[in-house]
Design a protein around this ligand. Structure first.
Ligand code: NAY
Length: 295
């Protein structure tokens, strides 16, 4: 089995109570997830709130994760920053820490043409000797990876896989078919983890795994054992929780972090402009505590 299988929580940003990055909480949360049995971590992505952190803060996060995780589980560092220049700086820093691979979204804010995206990714790939994962997440970047650009990218042997967060599960089939058997595809949307795995995803990276790793590990196991009835039941339980969290006033990460805090794992809140937990979320949070523990 290669090192890119199983459950990779998209690692949450860990803050002090005053909102500063917390190296101690980052390390503690890494250890917590390792003890849960996850196969890897995806550090510094959307769930890591990379968009709201400066370059120095992002480096501290990765250093703290690596302190706890190096040599124990697989680490993929998301290193995309608004400019190519800062992305290269983060890529080199990630390499110096010994991560397994780097990953990047396409450029944000301006939706750039394919040739510019190709250059952006290629510049960061060429800056290190590390393997690279394309991160396709059209819901947030408003750019959906074209097959043309995908095929051009995978001519580079360092491009070993993709994390695909577009909603149609069939996109996973397309990337797997064009990439070949050894090309690694991570399922992105947690709501269709089981569908994604069945249609060809090798593994999953997700923003809700860190809050309920047991459920995703159990779903992954059920798929590996071809117990599709059980896998579907677990997916339904997961989706019930996700849909409930999405109905809150507080942002998804703020709500899951509040739940983690009440379970004894305090990693602070979410950074503004992500909405904090609101008083009206209280009954929902209480019901979720039960659901997550008994699901
Ligand atoms: C990352 O980079 O942190 C992720 O992999 C998170 C991907 C998530 N997408 C978004 C827009 O947050 O896991 C999903 C998402 O949280 C989940 O499907 C619930 O909607």
């Amino acid at each position: 089995l290669n090192k890119y299988h199983g459950i990779f929580p998209a690692f949450y940003a860990c803050y002090e109570d005053n909102g500063d990055i917390s190296p101690e909480r980052t390390e503690a949360f890494t250890n917590y997830l390792i003890e849960k049995g996850v196969q890897g971590l995806y550090v510094g992505g959307s769930s890591g709130e990379c968009i709201y952190q400066n370059i120095e803060e992002r480096k501290i996060v990765l250093e703290s994760v690596m302190k706890a995780a190096k040599g124990k589980i697989t680490i993929i560092a998301h290193i995309a920053a608004p400019s190519t220049r800062e992305s290269i700086e983060l890529a080199k820093h990630a390499e110096s820490l010994g991560v397994d691979a780097i990953a990047a979204i396409p450029p944000i804010y301006f939706v750039l043409p394919d040739h510019a995206i190709y250059q952006y990714w290629t510049d960061m790939i060429e800056a290190t000797g590390l393997d690279f994962f394309i991160y396709n997440i059209p819901g947030t970047t408003h750019y959906n990876l074209s097959m043309d650009l995908f095929k051009k990218m995978i001519r580079n042997k360092k491009v070993i896989g993709i994390k695909n967060s577009s909603m149609p599960a069939q996109d996973i089939q397309k990337f797997k078919a064009a990439g070949g058997e050894d090309f690694i595809v991570f399922n992105g949307p947690d709501e269709q983890f089981v569908s994604g795995r069945i249609i060809g995803a090798d593994a999953g990276i997700g923003g809700t795994y860190a809050a309920m790793p047991e459920l995703f590990l159990a779903a992954d196991k059920a798929i590996n054992e071809s117990n599709l009835k059980l896998a579907r039941e677990i997916q339904f339980a997961i989706n019930d929780i996700i849909f409930t969290v999405l109905s809150c006033t507080g942002n998804l990460y703020a709500v899951f972090k509040e739940i983690l805090k009440r379970k004894g794992m305090n990693i602070g809140g979410a950074r503004l402009p992500l909405a904090p937990v609101a008083p009206e979320d209280e009954p929902v949070i209480l019901s979720l505590m039960d659901k997550i523990d008994t699901a």
